[in-house]
Design a protein around this ligand. Structure first.
Ligand code: AMP
Length: 108
C-alpha cells in the first residue's frame, strides 16, 4: 500500500506514470519531471523512508542498495566518464519537496 500523499509511493505502485531508468527488487529510478541537468534521475527505495539523520543499523541494507542503484543508474545513463553529482535534500530548509528518501543523480 502506498503511503498516503506520498507521490513517490504512488509512482512505485504504478498509480502515477514515470520514465523508468532502472528497477530492482528494492529500488526504482526514474527521470526527474523537472530536470536540472541533461541527465537527472531520481533513485528511490521502494520502502517509504525519509530522514537520513534518523537512520540506524536497521537501514543498512536499504541504504546500501540505494547507493548501488545510484551507481547502476550512472552507468546506464553514460555519465560515469564525464562525472556526476549525487544529492540528497534533507528537510524543507534544504529545498526538499518530496518526503520519501531519494537521490538526485545529475550529469552532463
Ligand atoms: P526534492 O526537492 O529533493 O524533494 O526533489 C523532488 C524532485 O521530485 C524534484 O526535483 C521534482 O522535480 C521531482 N518530481 C516531483 N514529482 C515528480 C514526478 N511525478 N515525476 C518525476 N519527478 C518528480
Amino acid at each position: 500500500m502506498p503511503a498516503p500523499n506520498c507521490i513517490f509511493c504512488s509512482i512505485i505502485a504504478g498509480e502515477i506514470p514515470c520514465t523508468k531508468v532502472y528497477e530492482d527488487e528494492h529500488t526504482l529510478a526514474f527521470n526527474d519531471i523537472n530536470p536540472k541537468a541533461r541527465v537527472h534521475v531520481l533513485v528511490v527505495p521502494k520502502t517509504c523512508f525519509d530522514r537520513l539523520h534518523e537512520s540506524d543499523e536497521s537501514h543498512t541494507q536499504l541504504l546500501g542498495q540505494l547507493l548501488i542503484a545510484v551507481g547502476k543508474v550512472a552507468a546506464l545513463t553514460d555519465i560515469t566518464r564525464s562525472g556526476y553529482r549525487v544529492q540528497f535534500n534533507q528537510g524543507k530548509g534544504a529545498g526538499q519537496e518530496v518526503f520519501h528518501l531519494h537521490a538526485h543523480v545529475m550529469g552532463k
